[in-house]
Design a protein around this ligand. Sequence first.
Ligand code: ZN
Ligand code: MN
Length: 494
Amino acid sequence: MSKNGLDYEVIIGCEIHCQLGTKTKAFCSCENRYGGMPNTRVCPVCLGLPGAMPSVGQEYIEFGIRSGVALGCGVNSFSKFDRKHYFYPDLVKGYQVTQFDNPICKDGKVEINIAPHGEKAVFKNIRIERVHLEEDVGKSLHIEGGHSYIDYNRSGVPLIEIVSYPDMSTPEEAARYMQTVREILRFVGVSDANMEEGAFRCDANINLKINDNGKQFITPISEIKNMNSFKAVRDACTYEIKRQLEEYNSPDRKAFARGYKNTMGWDDQSGKTVVQRTKTVMIDYRFMPEPDVKPLRLSDGFIAQVSDTVGELPADKRRRFKKDFNLSDFDVETLTSERALAEWFEEAAKNASDPKKTANWILAEVLAVLNEKNIGLSDLPFGATHITELVNSIDLGKITGKQAKTVFAEMLKSGDNPESIIKKFGFEQISDIGFIEGIVDIVFAENESAVEDWKNGKTNVAGWLMGQVMKKSQGKANPAEATKLVNQKLKALC
Ligand code: ZN
Ligand code: MN
C-alpha cells in the first residue's frame, strides 16, 4: 500500500478474551452469570481472602480444550497456572491467575473469508499461537462526582485468551478474524460471546513496516485494548494506520521516540485512539507458578473424549453444504453462521426433493420472519420438516409458489402442517389428466373463434386458451399439464 508517497505494509495481530459459559467460576463454585446485584456472587476464593484455596472446575478445563480444538490447536498434555502480578483496584489478589509458559492449547489456525460481502469466497489462514486459560477480574464502576465502586461478581469468571500471529494485513481482515473466532466459539457451545456484555473482547496489535525510499522503518506497536465490536476493531485499526503514518511524517517523530509499544484505548465517540500508557521497557509482571493450583496433566483418553464433543466445525460444514447442495458461498456462510440454523437446515434438507430450493426458502422466508419478529428458530410454531413438506409441495407441482406463501403465513399462525393447510384452503392442484382434458374440451368448444384464430397463425391464442383452462378449474389444474394438453389438442387440429 502507498500513502503520502510511502510504501508500507500493515501488520495486525489480535488477542481475544472470551468468557466461558461454565456453570461456575474458574476456581470456586460461585455461579458464573452476567449482571445481577453487585457483589452477590462472591466467596473467599474469588474475593482473594487470605487462606482461601482455589480448585479448578472440571467444566472449565473441558471448555478450554473444546475451544482450542475448535480453533485448530493441539492440546498439551501438560500445562500449568501462573500468577501475573500487577496492581489495579478490580484485581482483588494483586495478581491474575493465568497460564504463562505452558498454555493448555497451541498452534492452531482459523480460516477467514477476505472477499467483499456477497462475493465468491477468498480464504486466508490466520495462525493461532496459543489458547490459554485465565480468570477475569472485577469491574470498576465510575460514578459521576468522582466516586468509584467495584463489583466483584465478574472476579474469577473463566476466560480463554486466544493469541494470533500477526497474520492480518488490513483492518477488515482483523474484523473478519474476530467475527470468525466468535462464530466458532458460539458454534461449539463454549460461550454465547455476547459482546455488549463484554464476554468477547479483542485487543489489536498494529504497526507498519514502512519502506522509505529503500530504507525500512518499523513503527512502534500500538496495542488497542478491549474492543467489543467488529466495527471498533475495523475503525480503530484504520485510524491507527493513518495516525502512525502521520507520526512518521511529522518532523520530530516524537511519538516514535516513546518506545516500542503503546497501549491505547479506542474512543468510539471521537473515533480516535487514546494513549493509555507507554512501554519503554517490558512491564515486569513477576510471573511465578501458582502454588495453590496443581499443574494439569491430561490423559490422551480425556483429551480425545473432550475433542470428540467439538463436532463438525463451521468451515467443514460450509464445504460440505456447498458440495452436497450446490449452494453459493454467501448462502452457505449464512446457513452455517449459527449451529442451530445449520442443523435446522440439514433436517429440512434431509427429505427434500430439491435441497437447494429448501435452502432458498429458509434463507428468504424463514430468516425474514426471524429478523422481523426478533425471535429464534426454536420460537417458531413449526419444525424444519414442515418446510421440507411445504417446499416439496411446490416442487412436485401440488401448489404454486404464490399459494405456498399463503400456506407459510398460516403455518406461522397455527403451526399446522402444510398438508392440512393446503387441504383447508383447497389449494391442492389437480394433475389428473382426465380431469384437465375434460376442461380443455369444454374451453375449446366454448371458444371456437379463438381456435380458428390459432389455425390462421395467431399463435399467442394458445396462452390465452391455457388461461381459460386455469380459470375454469379455479386455479387447481396443474399448469404444466394444462399447457401440455392445450398444445396437444391444437396440434391435433392441424
Ligand atoms: Zn467465588
Ligand atoms: Mn489476558
